[in-house]
Design a protein around this ligand. Structure first.
Ligand code: IMP
Length: 203
C-alpha cells in the first residue's frame, strides 16, 4: 500500500479523500499525524499558488508524496472577490457569520440576476522523489450558483447558507453532504486528482 499525506486538519475533507483513494490502494494520512508540521502561510495570489505551496511544504517535511487543496468563493459582482481571501474576508480571525454578513452588505444593491458566483477548489500533488520531481500536478473543480439575500439551511460551513444551486433548488447548507460532495468544487477537484493518481506511479 502506498502512502500519501493530505495537508488538511479538516476531518470531513480527509474522510472524503480516504474513501476515494481506498480503491486505488492508497493510504491517506492527515498532516496532524506529523508532530511539528505547521501549514505555511497562504499568501499566494491564486488557489493554485497556495495549494502548490502547501503540498510542496508537506512533502518536504514528511518525505512522502503530499496532496493539498485551496478553495474559496468568487462573486461576479465583486470581480471575483473574496477569492483567495475567502476565509478571512471580514478581517483577521473572521468567523463564517462575519464573512457572510460582509458579503450580504456588499451585495445589498445587487439585483437577483447579477448575483452569480462560483466556488473554486484547486488540489495540488507534490511528489519530489517520483516522476513529478519539482513539478506539482494541479486539478481544479468549480461549482456555479447564486448568492441569496438571506441565509438558508443549517448544514455545511463557510458561505454554504448563502450559496444557492438552481439545479437543486437548495443552498449548499440545505443539501445532504453526499449531494454536496457530488456537486461541489472540492468533489470535482478530488475526483480529477484521483483519476490522475490512478495512472501515476507514486514514489
Ligand atoms: P479552505 O481552502 O478549505 O481553507 O477554504 C477557504 C475558505 O473558502 C473557507 O474558509 C470558506 O470561507 C470558503 N469555502 C471553501 N469551500 C467552501 C464550501 O464548500 N462551502 C462554503 N465555504 C467554502
Amino acid at each position: 500500500m502506498r502512502t500519501l499525506v493530505f495537508a488538511t486538519h479538516n476531518r470531513k475533507k480527509l474522510a472524503e479523500l480516504v474513501e476515494l483513494a481506498g480503491p486505488l490502494g492508497l493510504e491517506v494520512v492527515p498532516a496532524s499525524s506529523f508532530p511539528g508540521l505547521e501549514p505555511p502561510e497562504e499568501d499566494g495570489a491564486t488557489f493554485a499558488d497556495n495549494a502548490a505551496k502547501k503540498a510542496r511544504h508537506t512533502a518536504r517535511f514528511t518525505g512522502l508524496p503530499a496532496l493539498a487543496d485551496d478553495s474559496g468563493l468568487e462573486v461576479e459582482a465583486l470581480q471575483g472577490a473574496p477569492g483567495v481571501h475567502s476565509a478571512r474576508f471580514a478581517g483577521p480571525g473572521a468567523r463564517d457569520a462575519n464573512n457572510n454578513a460582509k458579503l450580504l452588505t456588499l451585495l445589498a444593491d445587487v439585483p437577483a440576476a447579477a448575483r452569480g458566483a462560483r466556488f473554486v477548489c484547486t488540489m495540488a500533488l507534490a511528489d519530489p522523489a517520483g516522476p513529478l520531481g519539482e513539478a506539482v500536478h494541479l486539478t481544479t473543480g468549480t461549482c456555479a450558483g447564486e448568492i441569496l439575500t438571506a441565509p438558508r439551511g443549517q448544514g455545511g460551513f463557510g458561505y454554504d447558507p448563502l450559496f444557492f444551486v438552481a439545479s437543486e433548488g437548495l443552498t449548499f447548507a440545505e443539501l445532504p453532504s453526499a449531494a454536496k460532495h457530488r456537486l461541489s468544487h472540492r468533489g470535482h477537484a478530488m475526483r480529477a486528482m484521483i483519476a490522475f493518481l490512478s495512472t501515476y506511479a507514486l514514489s
